[in-house]
Design a protein around this ligand. Structure first.
Ligand SMILES: *Cc1c(COP(=O)(O)O)cnc(C)c1O
Length: 428
């Protein structure tokens, strides 16, 4: 498609967009009564309008049933997570038995490493992307220490080549092969939070397996953003938060994936709790942990009904939108349009003020573009906010903008470009 940098063109794309009405289902933040253009769904997704209602419904269940709410009512809490499992599965390309909502992301990363990072003999190392999200770095570092190893020796980070911003798949695979027998676990973020790069998950998973390692993914920036096929790609485990692209609210419930090939493995370590116990015998309160089949066997504590109700409501919006395929098609064009518009700003300034470090290839990115502002980045970012455009800022000079197909429009992108140009002209 040949893009044009004008409002009429953006509006034409919006009127051809079958998903355009979904934005009505979300609440946009406001300042002085004017709504923001929200390009920050990579950090915290918007509140669905139905959120209040679903929370009120659960408060009513609690009020009306009290303890009997676990087994009575329209949505007995005892089985409530199963409703979510059905809807989570298509978002990450899994079987419903392979996913489960529980806890929060970093907690789940730890729990899954307890099971899937089992260093033995020479095979003790974890390979990960350099510049991973700090929480993942800390989790991995502390897991390695917990097993008695020095993170400097047991963690291999893969960095981009000198002068490059993103990782080459061939370099990741070479590093995996080079360290073959010493690698216990390959653990990457599906999409890097800083650069927006979507790694070739299938190729990396395959490379990890070819040297005999376990392969896990942190899908914080990928789940609900890009189509992943965890089951078919033979991924061992994964986890994600639901408050970024899946709009489940701050601190929202996390999801885990464990491939069904591991269900029968009784040697896996786990940190157990009563909610992971066999469901039909849970209330016999017997001694000796026997896990429930599937991903549910990793649960520890009883169902967190309130955050799950929010995630449930959001998943139902995804279901109406056709889960991920249609959203992804729009997302590819929306982000490409943003890229075009940023380049138009550079052309109008007659200067490469904005350098997009996110890969150009659509198969190597999701919604987000990470843009280096060569000069006066923070002032320009603040100017955008003053103009009711909310992206996010990462030191020292990166502006991240993520047009989200559920609630952003092509007009949003065009207006952002116009503002960026006038702010840049006034500051530079
Ligand atoms: C957002 C994000 C987190 C956040 O972890 P929480 O435990 O939910 O606070 C962790 N890892 C990555 C890669 C993220 O993008």
């Amino acid at each position: 498609m040949k893009f044009e940098n004008n409002l009429a063109f953006a509006k034409t794309l919006d009127s051809a967009d079958n998903l355009r009405d979904f934005r009505q289902q979300f609440i946009f933040p406001k300042h002085n009564d004017k709504e923001f253009i929200y390009l920050c769904g990579n950090s915290l997704g918007l509140q669905p309008k139905v959120a209040k209602e679903v929370i009120t419904r659960q408060l009513d269940n609690w009020a009306n049933y009290a303890v009997d709410g676990w087994f009575d009512g329209d949505e007995p809490w005892m089985y409530y997570h199963k409703e979510l499992k059905k809807l989570m599965a298509p978002i990450v390309g899994a079987l419903p038995s392979e996913v489960c909502p529980m806890n929060t992301l970093t907690v789940n990363l730890h729990l899954l490493m307890v099971s899937f990072y089992q260093p033995k003999g020479k095979r003790i190392k974890i390979i990960m992307e350099g510049g991973a999200f700090p929480s993942d770095q800390y989790a991995i570092e502390s897991q390695v220490r917990f097993h008695g190893y020095d993170p400097k020796e047991a963690i291999i980070e893969v960095f981009p080549r000198d002068g490059e911003d993103i990782l080459r798949t061939e370099d990741i695979i070479a590093k995996i092969e080079e360290n073959g027998e010493e690698i216990a676990l390959v653990l990457f973020g599906g999409i890097n939070y800083y650069t927006g790069q979507w790694y070739d998950m299938q190729a990396i998973t395959k490379a990890g397996h070819s040297i005999g390692a376990i392969v896990g993914w942190d899908l914080a920036h990928a789940a609900g953003n890009v189509p992943v096929k965890l089951h078919d790609w033979d991924v061992d485990f994964a986890c994600w938060c639901s408050y970024k692209y899946q709009n489940s609210g701050p601190g929202g419930i996390s999801g885990i994936f464990v491939h069904e090939k591991h269900f029968g493995d009784t040697d896996l370590n786990r940190f157990a709790g009563w909610w992971g116990y066999q469901e039909n015998k849970r209330f016999k309160m017997e001694k000796g942990f026997v896990p429930e089949a599937g991903a549910d066997g990793w649960q520890i504590s009883c169902t967190q009904v309130m955050p799950m109700a929010l995630y449930h409501a959001s998943l139902q919006i995804f279901e109406k939108a056709g889960f991920i395929e249609a959203l992804r098609l729009k997302s590819i064009t929306l982000t490409k349009y943003l890229e075009f518009i940023i380049n138009q700003v550079n052309i109008a300034l007659d200067y490469q003020q904005y350098k997009i470090i996110t890969p150009e290839e659509f198969n190597s990115r999701g919604a987000q573009l990470s843009i280096i502002a060569k000069e006066q980045g923070k002032r320009i970012f603040d100017g955008l906010v003053a103009n009711h455009i909310l992206g996010d800022w990462r030191e020292p000079n990166v502006i991240r903008l993520s047009p989200v197909p559920l609630y952003n429009s092509f007009e949003d992108v065009f207006v952002t470009g116009e503002a960026l140009l006038s702010i840049s002209k006034s500051i530079l």
